[in-house]
Ligand binder design. Structure first.
Ligand code: UTP
Length: 470
């Protein structure tokens, strides 16, 4: 985390620092605090990243700095849809990288999961249709399967935040790291930032506590550097890092074809992209301008551009990014010192009133700032945007109900596994709407793809009830 690099161990140090930055209000309750509360507040003050706070203040009243994203000359980015032969060749290359132990995996799991409203780290959410296996278990079993299949070691870097680091750590430990070697599961903590009032003041949520929230998934690379994880990657001989988000159990972790195409292209960063469902879908689209690749967020894409079509009727800006990436280690190192743009949102944030009571406002009262991982794209010399089939690889748990909820994710898991069974020549009973009648779950350790499944299914296998293959 970027810090002020100062040690604060007294009231006078803190007062001098805060007055210099116009944040003296953080000490308003000092006289009423116990010794423990005072030292907790001083420790928080010590972590404040004043250079970033100054950038945030300069954005107040001006909107999102990244909103200038759609400028003249912005065109859809080139997207690769590989031929069967290209995919087959890439798989060989990707498999060699895996076998040679050059691939690591980065999972970002530092978010707050506020839309899902689950009490605990989102990765501990039970999602599998029959066993209720959690997101973390599913991800770990996928890595384990790759380690077994390629007789290799795949270091797993898990980003948490101050808020969920201990519960995440504990969850892995209680579950025996889901079979992974703990020596290869490395947690690193992302930075936390304060929120600001419209006047640029940092907000206390109790007399001795500053309200802080994670600095966004764009904080990943700085956190990798500051935690020593980038050096760890180099010392383990890695050169390729697969990156994904915690909430998507359909993810094809370190998919050899993706790794191979990334290598073949000589890309700094690769992006899996899928076709938007319609012009209004809230997915950031991949674009390019003046030789630089980028992702333009949904809100930044002018309506007429979002709706524009090509002569064949398809959307001009068709492809969206769902934050599945491959990075070259050299590029991560380069970006560790990059200053990513800040994105701002107006949020409801608990605050401490003049009587020292915590108030939960009904309306947005504060500005929250985040960095986004896709903002590294313009810095890359070469970017591969690779088209993939959404139904095979992406169905996130974002909301408690409705779209992108546990219900839709389980449905999509069952559909995916039913397609695998059908590809193996097994008949899957379906209702009139085409939905499988029975629940189907395949543990990633049992089979990681159709070929695996085919080699393991008993001769006389038939679907006559719920199917659990573990
Ligand atoms: P989301 O944007 O879906 O945010 O994160 P979220 O925090 O999980 O959920 P809401 O918005 O509060 O409902 C996408 C991915 O990025 C990670 C999340 O853990 C998730 O895997 N993330 C997000 C971080 O690791 N750190 C952050 O600061 C934000």
């Amino acid at each position: 985390m970027e810090t002020t690099q100062v040690t604060i161990d007294s009231y006078s140090d803190a007062k001098e620092l805060l007055d210099r930055h116009g944040q003296g209000q953080l000490l308003d309750f000092w006289d009423k605090l116990s010794d423990t509360e005072r030292s907790a507040l001083l420790s928080q003050i010590e972590t404040l990243d004043f250079p970033s706070i100054a950038r945030m203040q300069s954005m107040l009243g001006q909107g999102d700095a990244a909103q200038a994203a759609f400028g003249a000359g912005t065109l859809p980015a080139e997207v690769m849809t590989p031929s069967e032969q290209e995919t087959a060749d890439a798989i060989n290359i990707g498999e060699s990288s895996l076998s040679e132990g050059r691939v690591g995996v980065i999972l970002v799991a530092g978010g707050q999961g506020s839309r899902l409203g689950f009490d605990g780290p989102k990765g501990a959410f039970p999602v599998a249709p029959i066993t209720n296996a959690t997101l973390f278990e599913i991800h770990c079993h996928k890595i384990l399967r790759l380690e077994e299949k390629y007789d290799t070691q795949i270091p797993f870097y898990v980003m948490t935040s101050e808020t969920n680091n201990k519960p995440t750590h504990d969850f892995f430990a209680e579950n025996n790291y889901f079979g992974l070697d703990p020596e290869r599961v490395l947690f690193f903590i992302q930075g936390m930032w304060p929120t600001l009032t419209g006047e640029g003041k940092i907000i206390l949520d109790s007399p001795h506590h500053i309200f802080m929230s994670p600095d966004g998934h764009g904080g990943t690379i700085t956190a990798l550097k500051n935690s020593g994880a980038l050096d760890d990657m180099a010392s383990r001989g890695l050169d390729t890092l697969f990156y994904f988000q915690v909430d998507n159990p359909l993810i094809e972790i370190a998919d050899p074809a993706f790794i191979g195409l990334h290598a073949n292209t000589g890309a700094d960063v690769s992006v899996k992209v899928c076709a938007k469902r319609d012009a209004g879908e809230g997915l950031g689209v991949v674009a390019a301008r003046d030789g630089h690749n980028m992702v333009i967020e949904y809100i930044d894409l002018p309506e007429e551009e979002a709706a524009a079509t090509l002569p064949d009727g398809s959307l001009k800006f068709l492809y969206g990014s769902v934050a599945i990436h491959v990075f070259s280690l050299g590029f991560l190192k380069q970006e560790a010192n990059a200053e990513l743009p800040l994105h701002v949102a107006h949020k409801k944030v608990p605050y401490c009133n003049a009587d020292g009571e915590t108030v939960r406002p009904g309306e947005p009262n504060a500005f929250k700032f985040e960095k986004f991982i896709f903002d590294v794209l313009p810095d890359a010399n070469t970017v591969l945007n690779l088209a993939f089939a959404r139904e095979e690889e992406f169905s996130p748990v974002k909301n408690a109900t409705g779209a992108d909820s546990p219900e839709t994710t389980q449905r999509d898991m069952i559909r995916k596994y039913s397609r695998w069974l059908e590809a193996c020549g097994i008949e899957v009973p379906k209702d009139d709407s085409g939905t499988p009648v029975y629940k189907i779950e395949i543990d990633p350790r049992f089979a990681g793809n159709v070929q695996d499944l085919r080699s393991k299914l008993p001769q006389d296998f038939a679907v006559t009830d719920d199917v659990l293959l573990v």
